[in-house]
Design a protein around this ligand. Sequence first.
Ligand code: AHR
Length: 491
Amino acid sequence: MKNSMIICADQGKQKISRHIYGHFAEHLGRCIYEGLWVGEDSKIPNTRGIRSDVVKALKKLNVPNLRWPGGCFADEYHWMDGIGQREKRPTMINTHWGGVTENNHFGTHEFLELCGQLGCEPYICGNVGSGTVKEMSQWVEYINMDGKSPMADLRRRNGCETPWKVKWWGVGNESWGCGGNMRPEYYADEYRRYATYCRNYGDAGLYKIACGANSTDYSWTEVLMREAGRHMDGLSLHYYCGSGRTSRSATRYGAEDWFELLKKALLMEEIVARHSTIMDKYDPEKRVGLIVDEWGSWHEVEPGTNPGFLYQQNTMRDAMVAALTFNIFHSHADRVQMANIAQTINVLQAMILTEGAKMVLTPTYHVFEMFKVHQDSMLLPAHTSFGTYEMGNENIPQVSGSASRSAGGKINVSLCNLHHVADTVVECEIRGARFSGIRGRILATDSIGSHNTFEKPNSVKPEHFDGFKSSSKGTISVELPARSVVVLEIE
Ligand code: AHR
């Protein structure tokens, strides 16, 4: 069957928030320590303790926001342990992630320094599970209060005169699970209590995010929206797609596993749509954002590594997951106001892997870099008709696509051919705009397991793409190789 995409280039009402391209860094495995923070005395080049190579690479992604400190870690983190002179900070046990000792050297000031270096907005998740209302309330005061107050004075004594004005605040993480095993009715009341004392100092414009559902738990969303919807700005959602039918390995898998992971990733469409429908019932104006603050693929850890560190390799299959997930988020731009890949470095579907002073960019990194053209662009309505990709008696669409118009008037089209072996062609018709130039980039590989390693860091990387033909009638015929992600910039 032919694939077609009719793009209405002169229409569009909804911007794709850049915050959909957000990140997540938890105190988990080697994400914070080694991945981002090496300390000021490290031989690894750093700026005030933060790895310079990693910051340089991440800056190319235009990271819009960074969520921290967890994850499950957030609900056992006590922020006051992470301020003041580093050597004097108390230690704790990171019970969720490997039972390792946390020295609290990376705390509030270091995180906000990192965000400053990246040029991104901080998104802080507070502790509901094992914390107190007072503790969370004081954290907001410490970070955002300008005038004289006990917490603002403490911040000044720790070397920071002016407040950071952090806008994004999460009130607990996975409160249905690692964050306290609460029932939605109970958490809704807890949320209301905690959120009341997260005060809006100055012009920080606090945006309070309630803990949302675990993937398809629609009743959680129903209860939260009914009982606490009017007290929140955002409601989170977590959905991971895991491998696999015959293999859980991140790198060694067959065609069936490839298909299965992409099918699971595509479920994001139904999950977002159904949570949005419930939110529409209580919030028809779409004031409350759906914040998908944990998503991505979850495989078996790399052989020989600590199972509690969630360190996995990352292949072209994961790049496909990222690309098709972004296309889904774009199509729900009216409700999905933020999303955060789990996680930025060395954990789950990472952008970057490190080994000592070495660093490698993953195929997922390249998708984030290629897709950044969509950040804050206008979503363009597109009528699509895509053929199917079959495996046994199951099928999924072979192509995933979306389009947007940048502030400068360029039309961005992102397309993926999900098939593990079959090339295909997509006929794109651009309606309502004339164009004279097209610039294409492609991420494609010679095998389904291709990935980058410290020895071969450039096996998977974007290339110039010219596999398209345009006609004077405004159509572009795009030849998509199997297992490829293509971004066209049309002007
Ligand atoms: O991202 C890893 C973990 O997955 C997070 O800590 C938790 O919120 C989720 O279960």
